[in-house]
Design a protein around this ligand. Structure first.
Ligand SMILES: Cc1cc2nc3c(=O)[nH]c(=O)nc-3n(C[C@H](O)[C@H](O)[C@H](O)COP(=O)(O)O)c2cc1C
Length: 380
């Protein structure tokens, strides 16, 4: 069964990044390339409890732009009932066209309580969350899961969890080919994606591959290597939203456009800042764009003092004054610019509740801990 959107490309949910402005920019980049379809762009993760409690912040996270389609929400949750209630809220209030469940978060404050990437180890709990979410969606909105390979190399969960999710009827399973212990270190294990694809083929459940797609060619290579049905792209598009145009071209068998020169990159950065300011107001919008500066300018020659000032920019006028000081007549530095960006390290023993790995079943003590993991968290 193919994934129900074209091209089969998903902007990975990224807390602090994939807000309305960034999603729009990525979608516009795909459209500008003449793409027939634009794929799917997932929201930042929202905590199911906060959503059920209708916190202002969480409701904002599930508010989409007027022309966003499909509206894809990523939910984090550890309690089946709360996740189901959050799904019902999204469906009953017509706030989403797709719901993705996060089982990949490696952040210590989450795994320490048995949430995120630690959760699939408790097989019944994992299945129960997926089951209740799908039941709450009631066929009105598809539900997918996103996960890592497991806790560490000795405690892999993806094949069991993938099968369970497929049996429960998820729309697809997305696999980031790293364990929680790896965080973002090393390279993503594409062989694991191939193994999951093989395991889920008899169940007719699509598999999306995730991890270390820095270029459209990488995406093509991942599909060829793993047989996966589509790709999920995260860090590769940081400061490079036009990657979605390149991916669309690649999947449609068209020539892949080159990365643009600095003049276009700066215009894209400026548009990104404008979209953020339009949405959040000048102060918050300018604060948000600061973290994107180094990504946009990666591989270009820009005076240190200008780079530094861009990192503290507070108004669009200030931004404009700085951008004109940059020599925009520079080609994209393919070697540097198409390499890894964003978080690239980690490698530590995951924090887990005491005795977590002793059993795949959820005993009373562990259940209480997991319930406490239903907190406001961000990251994946
Ligand atoms: C800044 C940042 C925030 C992230 N937030 C989330 C998140 O909220 N939910 C999630 O499932 N994954 C999250 N992730 C993980 C990405 O979705 C993706 O799985 C990971 O970056 C690997 O893909 P990549 O190699 O294409 O970046 C985050 C990653 C980064 C770098």
């Amino acid at each position: 069964m193919p994934v129900p959107f074209d091209p089969p490309v998903v902007l990975a949910p990224m807390a602090g990044i994939t807000n309305r402005a960034f999603r729009r920019l990525c979608r516009e980049s795909a459209l500008a390339s003449g793409a027939r379809g634009t794929g799917m762009y997932v929201s930042e993760m929202v905590t199911s409890r906060a959503l059920v409690e209708r916190s202002e912040e969480s409701l904002d996270l599930v508010t989409f732009g007027p022309d966003e389609s499909p509206r894809a929400v990523q939910l984090y949750g550890v309690a089946p009932g709360t996740v189901a209630a959050a799904v019902r809220l999204l469906v009953d209030e017509d706030r989403a066209d797709h719901i993705d469940l996060n089982f990949g978060c490696p952040v210590p404050k989450v795994t320490r309580k048995g949430g995120g990437s630690a959760l699939p180890w408790k097989r019944d709990l994992f299945r129960s969350i997926v089951h209740e979410a799908i039941r709450a969606a009631d066929g009105r909105v598809p539900v997918s899961v996103k996960m890592r390979k497991g806790i560490d190399d000795d405690h892999l969960t993806y094949l069991d969890a993938g099968r369970a999710a497929a049996e429960e009827g998820v729309a697809w399973v997305a696999l980031h080919g790293r364990t929680a212990a790896q965080m973002y270190a090393g390279t993503a294990d594409w062989d694991a994606i191939a193994r999951l694809k093989e395991a889920l083929t008899p169940l007719d459940t699509p598999v999306l591959g995730n991890g270390d797609i820095w270029t459209a060619h990488d995406a093509m290579r991942m599909v060829a290597h793993t047989g996966c049905d589509g790709v999920v792209v995260g860090r590769g598009c940081l400061g490079r939203p036009w990657l979605f145009g390149q991916l669309a071209a690649g999947f449609h068998g068209e020539p892949i456009p080159r990365d643009p020169g600095l003049a276009t990159v700066l215009a894209t950065l400026r548009r990104h800042a404008q979209l953020l300011v339009d949405d959040y107001g000048e102060l918050k919008g300018c604060r948000d764009i600061r973290k994107h500066m180094a990504w946009y300018l990666k591989g270009f020659s820009v005076r240190q003092q200008v780079r530094q000032s861009l990192g503290t920019v507070a108004t669009l006028a200030e931004l404009d004054e700085l951008l004109v000081q940059i020599d925009a007549d520079q080609e994209f530095n393919v070697e540097v610019g198409e390499g890894p960006r964003g978080r690239t390290s980690g490698n530590r023993r995951p924090s887990l509740p005491d005795g977590w790995l002793d059993s795949c079943d959820l005993d009373g003590e562990a259940a209480a801990l997991v319930a406490a993991a239903e907190i406001n968290v961000s990251g994946g």
